[in-house]
Write a protein that binds this ligand. Structure first.
Ligand code: SF4
Ligand code: SF4
Length: 401
């Protein structure tokens, strides 16, 4: 016993809201791996309570393990009958851990370099170009499996300039949020998003281009950095009007929560402008005039599209409207693939086990390729040998002239 602390670390109402019913356990990917209470949401909330009441420090190894092994997929939040805001509790826990027990050694160096690069577009592009060259020369094979991105990055994609058609635009301007990793390694996906927006009557814009949404910083407990990225992103779009379309589900989820993160009217107004493609493209329109895409894919909704944005079904319905396209859902579609931003690097044991389970369930669908709308999920699933496409790429193929 360390004695009671004077100040609460966590939102006490949220901690009290958990009635320990356990309805969330079977939706938790890490609990499904070990079946240990400390690796499930209920045990993690108990760990937060112990720290909040001063029974144990947050840095106690048992509590730290419980909290750091959470992949922050928020599947527990989706099924909780008491509406516990688990994501917000976990971000507080991570921020506290980051403050009380910051990374050391090689992890500290990797965080310092990696997070500094996220805020610098030129560095992300340079790194992406370096990766493309290394893959071309097969030099990336010397890297350990965990550090070797499975996505094939092509030099021409990294150097690609976005084509933004200027024709008739009855729906006005729409802004494609380019982000950091997506702008370096997934320019082909952004171009597909641009093409889809143009095809459904928007004038797509790829500027302004703020550096990063801050989602990775928030998930890693780098609270001040996450706030700074959010404020810079909001400021960048201050003089614009129209939807901000985000084709990375994790970024979209984070940007839709800027209002909660910053608590200002400007942040709430900004969040209301943030949209997934499935919110600005009409499924009936796609069904009526889309060209046939006679392919079969397994559909894996990213956790932050399903559990944070609540759009897994909407996105699926939009894709199902594409003539000729067959979509097959894995039997564990609600379970995380183990990507979780940098989780698969920080927790390789859980990350690899969750990927192996996802690989098996995708295999059971009988499909040969996967459609999923988040860069982290795409790269994680590709590690298991899958070809992964983004919903925007299938929609662009159906709607391009
Ligand atoms: S988080 Fe919600 S579902 Fe899980 S144990 Fe607590 S009250 Fe029950
Ligand atoms: S966020 Fe995901 S991994 Fe973390 S406790 Fe909830 S369900 Fe489990």
């Amino acid at each position: 016993m360390t004695g009671h602390q004077e100040m609460s670390i966590f939102d006490s109402d949220q901690l009290a809201a958990c009635v320990q019913c356990g309805f969330c356990l079977s939706s938790c990917p890490t609990y499904e791996v070990t079946h240990l209470e400390e690796h499930g949401p209920r045990g993690r909330i108990l760990a937060m309570r112990l720290a909040d009441q001063g029974e144990l420090p947050l840095t106690d190894p048992a509590l730290t393990d419980s909290l750091e092994t959470c992949v922050q997929c928020r599947a527990c939040e989706e099924v909780c009958p008491s509406l516990v805001e688990f994501g917000s509790l976990m971000e507080t826990a991570r921020a506290q851990l980051h403050e009380q027990q910051p990374p050391t050694g090689i992890r500290r160096l990797a965080h310092a370099v990696g997070f500094a690069a996220l805020g610098r577009r030129a560095l992300v592009r340079l790194a992406s170009l370096g990766l493309a060259v290394a893959q071309l020369l097969r030099l990336d094979r010397v890297l350990p499996d965990q550090l070797r991105p499975a996505r094939r990055v092509r030099i021409r994609d990294v150097l690609r300039r976005y084509r933004t058609p200027a024709g008739r635009a009855p729906r006005g301007e729409a802004f494609v949020f380019r982000g950091c990793v997506m702008d370096g390694m997934f320019r082909d996906v952004h171009q597909a998003t641009v093409d889809v927006l143009a095809a459904v009557g928007y004038r797509p814009r790829v500027e302004p281009a703020p550096a990063c949404c801050g989602a990775l910083s928030a998930h890693s407990g780098r609270e001040d950095e996450a706030h700074a990225f959010a404020q810079a992103t909001i400021a960048a779009y201050a003089d614009t009007h129209g939807p901000i379309v985000v084709d990375a589900a994790g970024c979209g989820g984070a940007m839709k929560e800027y209002g909660t993160l910053l608590g200002t009217p400007q942040a709430r107004a900004f969040s209301a402008r943030v949209k997934d493609l499935s919110e600005v493209v009409d499924a009936a329109d796609v069904a009526a005039r889309g060209r046939s895409v006679p392919l079969t894919y397994a559909y894996q909704a990213p956790c932050h599209l399903r559990n944070v944005q609540g759009l897994a079904d909407t996105s699926l319905e939009l894709l199902q409207a594409i003539p000729g396209l067959t979509l097959l859902e894995p039997d564990d579609g609600q379970l995380c693939c183990g990507s979780g931003g940098i989780y698969s690097l920080e927790q390789p044991g859980f990350g690899d086990e969750l990927l192996a389970r996802k690989d098996a369930s995708l295999d059971r669908t009988g499909a040969r390729a996967v459609v999923s709308g988040n860069p982290g999920c795409a790269m994680q699933i590709a590690r298991a040998g899958w070809e992964v496409h983004h919903p925007a790429q299938l929609l662009a193929r159906a709607l391009r002239d």
